[in-house]
Design a protein around this ligand. Structure first.
Ligand code: IGM
Length: 455
């Protein structure tokens, strides 16, 4: 990170006299005290636990300074009213300071492919950085920006929305030069309630753009009410300025042509919408002067990262919300709340399968127990807990849920067997149900997801 302590304090409008402390270069900024290394700046956020409780740990791990919403004594700190707001202000400052060219993409569930395709195309020609994993929210986007390598020329930022107004905030931070609104998907898979609301939310991506910004949106008339008048707008889809033609779908690849570049394009992935995504990505490449050869090569060799949180279909027809690669208390709380807010499928119920979150140290059982605050027996029909440190939580929950609606299964540490867990899930999972699976990667819930998908 090309920032020093005094510079950060000035950029966020610190409430204390920063000149009391030596100005030092900062290597990274981290909000998880476990990730702090020598030379880093700590950012205490309020998750399930208040990050201020971990300031001491952060200094033990080598932090040279911290943000704080309280006055501190004896350590270098930047005093602010709101740590998250300071983080966002700092990211906005950093984008301007580094003079990096910003491409923003509103992703949609299960397919962050447009972002990956744009980044792959730009990386042929420029030092390019992109959103990692699901770091696309009001915390993840500033994190992404502040973690870009110092020589970054183009940054491709995914902007995610859980609520109306999320994209407005992210666009105001990033001030994109080029913005892409992906296809407006199906309402029930996007937590929003209606396609209109999804469209309205996504179109807030224009809010942080200048009049020289370029906006790329679907031909879908649902976005019409939100189109800016003083800005270049390009539309894609049948009968629009950007069109896919001569599409050939094979089992695990695609070829097609588009009016964007004069070549046949090949993608190593199936799915018609991927041709559309690739066409839009090619157009962004053209806008930023990437050659046709480089565009075609990048697409042909693309490796798409799987979205960490993804919707899948179980063999019996149920909807699976799979988030099985990583877990910390905040992320588990967030997904429980998000999952609970989705309307039920007609005639269906909600099932939550929660497994241990690993490496939480001595506070682990406590942090698992705190999930009780985010568990809603009025919305979640059945709760299934799996692991070791999550056992107490299942006890607490069984006092809140109706009798017979909470299950606990111990993880067999010697061999990877989960027959009991899987048969219990199969027993309760109906064809109209929605099921959430969340836990640390080492709990191997991905095997359960695979089993449910395959049958
Ligand atoms: O949902 S997130 O994972 N997120 C990251 C940004 O991009 C989008 C997704 C997320 C968010 Cl939004 C916010 C926070 Cl604050 C994650 C976190 C987060 O890392 N939360 C963490 C904790 C809480 N609450 S990390 C963490 C805790 C590690 N900490 C415990 C509390 C470890 C620890 C355990 C015991 C100890 O004695 C000391 C430290």
């Amino acid at each position: 990170m090309k920032l020093s302590l005094h510079e950060v304090a000035k950029a966020v409008g610190a409430k204390n006299q920063i000149s009391e402390f030596d100005d030092v270069p900062l290597s990274q900024i981290e909000f998880d005290s476990r990730k702090i290394q020598a030379g880093d700046l700590f950012l205490p956020l309020k998750g399930v636990r208040d990050g201020h409780d971990f300031i001491t740990t952060a200094f033990e791990n080598g932090a040279v300074a911290t943000f704080s919403e309280k006055e501190l004594a004896g350590v270098p700190y930047i005093w602010v009213d709101d740590s998250l707001k300071a983080f966002q202000d700092l990211a906005a400052y950093y984008i301007e300071k580094m003079r990096v060219d910003v491409v923003a993409v509103t992703g949609s569930n299960g397919k962050t492919t447009t972002k990956d395709m744009i980044a792959a195309i730009l990386a042929t020609t420029y030092k390019t950085y992109k959103t990692q994993g699901n770091y696309n929210n009001e915390i993840g986007l500033p994190y992404t920006v502040l973690h870009m390598p110092e020589d970054t020329e183009k940054i491709v930022l995914e902007m995610g929305q859980d609520h109306l107004g999320d994209i407005h905030l992210l666009s105001e931070i990033a001030k994109p030069h080029i913005a892409v609104v992906t296809l407006i998907g199906e309402a029930h898979l996007e937590f929003f309630g209606s396609r209109e609301k999804i469209a309205q939310g996504k179109m807030q991506i224009v809010d942080g753009m200048d009049s020289d910004g370029i906006l790329i949106v679907p031909g879908d008339s649902i976005v019409d009410p939100y189109l800016p008048e003083n800005q270049m707008v390009i539309r894609f889809g049948d009968g629009q300025e950007l069109m896919v033609t001569e599409l050939e779908e094979r089992k695990d690849s695609l070829t097609f042509r588009t009016n964007v570049i004069d070549r046949q394009l090949t993608l190593p992935v199936p799915g018609k919408y991927n041709a559309t995504n690739a066409m839009v990505a090619s157009y962004v490449g053209k806008l930023l002067a990437v050659s046709d050869d480089d565009i075609a090569d990048a697409l042909e060799n693309i490796e798409l990262t799987r979205n960490r949180t993804e919707w899948k279909k179980a063999a019996n027809g149920a909807d699976i919300l799979s988030d099985v690669y990583n877990a910390n208390p905040t992320a588990m709380k967030l997904i429980l709340e998000t999952f609970s807010a989705i309307p039920n499928n007609e005639g269906g119920k909600k099932i939550a399968v929660l497994a241990d979150m690993k490496e939480l140290g001595e506070a682990s059982v406590n942090l698992h127990n705190q999930m009780i605050m985010s568990l809603r027996p009025d919305v979640i029909d059945t709760l299934i807990c799996y692991g070791k440190d999550i056992q107490d939580l299942s006890q607490l929950a069984s006092q809140m849920f109706p009798i017979g609606k909470v299950y606990f299964f111990k993880k067999n540490e010697e061999e990877d067997r989960f027959d009991d867990l899987l048969s219990q899930i199969r027993e309760v999972l109906g064809e109209h149900d929605q099921i959430l699976l969340k836990g640390s990667n080492s709990m191997n819930l991905s095997a359960i997801v695979d089993a449910l998908v395959e049958n």
